[in-house]
Every structure is written in C-alpha cells, then in structure tokens.
Design a protein around this ligand. Structure first.
Ligand code: ATP
Length: 267
C-alpha cells in the first residue's frame, strides 16, 4: 500500500471561453499540477483569488473532469472511475464548502440533513442513524437537541460545525475543504479550524484545505502548496515554507499575513 492517499500527476484543466463576435479562446485554469498527500496528513493549498484552487479541488472531488493528467486516491484512478466504483468513491471522499447554508435544505431539520448521507448509502437502522447523528453533533461541539433545529436558527459558525459533522458522518478517508472558514468572524474561524484539526486527528483523515489566507493554512496543514496562475510555484513543509520561502509570490503572501498577536487581540 502506498504511503500516499492522494496523488496527482500533471493535472491540467482548460476552459473554453466564447468571446463577443463568436471567437473562442482557451483558458488554462490549472496547469501541470503534480502533488501528493500522505495518509493522515493535510495539504494546504494557498493562492490568491483566481489562482485555480477551487478548480483543482473540484477536479479531485470528481465534480469536473481534468483536461489532462492522472489522479489516484487510495490506489484508485478516479479519472476513469467505473460506474460501479463511483458510489464507494463518493463515500470515501467528502467535501466541505465555504457556504454550508447553500447546500442545506432550509426546510429540513439539522437531524434530517445529517442523516441523509447515511440513508443514501443505506447505513444502519433508524435508531442507529439517530444515535450516529447525536454522536456527530456532540463531536462537533453542539448539543444533541440541535437535531430538531433548522439551519436558519443556527449561527454561521454552528452551520459550519454541522457541515463538518455531515462531511465525516460516513467516516470518509479523505476530506476536501474549500475556504470553509472564510465567511466567519476571526474568533469563530479559530474555533472551527481547531475543530477541523481535532476531527481530522481523531478520525485519521487525509485532507486538502484550500484558502487564500496563509495564516489559516498554517494552522491546519502539514505541507503547503502555493498556487499562482494555475500552477504550483512552491511546495514544502509548513515550517520550511515559512522559514525559507523560495518564491517572490510566497514571500509576498507571508508578508501579508497579520501578526498572530494582533489576531489574538482582535479575537
Ligand atoms: N466553469 C468555468 N468556466 C470558465 N472559466 C472558469 C470556470 N471555473 C473557473 N474558471 C476560471 O478559472 C480560473 C480559476 O478559478 P478558481 O475558482 O479555480 O480560482 P480560485 O483560486 O479558487 O479563486 P477563488 O478563491 O476566487 O475561488 C478563474 O480565472 C476562473 O474565472
């Protein structure tokens, strides 16, 4: 068994843009990306808006096909996934997005939202599903009674806790998070990042965490990939990147990170 849970080789994605008067051009959102994430580790992908982070994550989630390259997750080629393997893949690899409210049905209770993945995958009995929902709510620091509430009755931070619970309720191997805390206040953001780290450690998850904020990436990652204009310009351990950035762009990102003492004062 390979030590790597996730392995990408020369992944590229071009989008066709149709311009005024019908002329079309191709735009490379992701170019020649190769990276790997060891089992149980977290890779942070940082880069400014438009650098291709979300596109890359959506490719790894199997939501959009790459134009080129290969992606192997837990030994399985996911670009050419056979139909019968798709359901198992969906169970193994779970997303957490920036705005959980947009993926929650406002008419459903939190309990129903959390139970849905178990039902879709035919896991457990009614009672055991209910127990698992209570267990997950407690794991993310919410009282079990919150199962009866609806999304609009929860704060942004609480909704993001529910999103984490929903992502891990199927006991996935991989969690892919796209800016999960960027819509939250700084103090709430710190709590949710702590929860993300604890959950990942407790469940032995492998993860990729995408953010434009290097301070956030530093809190949750083992290794960091810096993306610019669709390419990875630098990759290494968190300590190495911060202590000895090689690329001007990485240096600029580090210079833009506020002083942690100032963040604490704000929080
Ligand atoms: N479906 C699409 N069709 C055409 N172009 C797209 C599509 N999706 C993304 N792009 C383009 O690809 C580039 C990378 O976008 P992407 O969303 O991956 O960047 P990002 O780093 O995640 O930025 P942000 O943090 O703002 O989400 C952008 O220029 C975007 O306009």
């Amino acid at each position: 068994m390979s030590d790597d849970m996730i392995s990408l080789t020369d992944v590229g994605k071009t989008f066709g843009h149709t311009r005024l008067f019908g002329a079309s051009t191709e735009f490379a959102a992701v170019t020649d990306v190769s990276l790997s994430v060891a089992r149980g580790k977290t890779l942070g992908i940082v880069g400014e808006s438009g650098s291709g982070k979300s596109t890359l994550l959506r490719i790894i989630l199997g939501l959009i096909p790459p134009t080129s390259g290969s992606i192997v997750i837990d030994g399985q080629d996911i670009v050419n996934l056979r139909r019968r393997d798709e359901k198992a893949f969906r169970r193994k690899v779970q997303p957490i997005f920036q705005n959980p409210a947009s993926s929650f049905n406002p008419r459903q209770s939190i309990g129903a939202i959390l139970k849905a993945p178990l039902e879709v995958h035919g896991i457990g009995t009614r009672q055991s599903r209910r127990d698992r929902v209570s267990e997950m709510l407690e794991r993310v620091g919410l009282p079990a009674e919150y199962a009866a509430r609806h999304p609009h009755q929860l704060s942004g931070g609480q909704k993001q806790r529910v999103a984490i619970a929903r992502a891990v309720i199927l006991k996935p191997a991989v969690v892919l998070a796209d800016e999960p805390t960027s819509a939250l206040d700084v103090s709430v953001q710190a709590q949710v990042l702590d929860l993300f780290r604890e959950t990942r450690e407790a469940m032995g998850l492998t993860s990729i965490f995408v953010s434009h904020n290097l301070a956030v990436i530093r809190q949750v990652s083992d290794t960091v990939a810096v993306m610019r204009l669709g390419r990875i310009v630098e990759m290494g351990s968190v300590d190495a990147i911060f202590a000895n950035p090689q690329h001007d762009y990485t240096r600029a990102l580090i210079d833009a990170v506020p002083d942690p003492a100032a963040i604490m004062a704000q929080a």
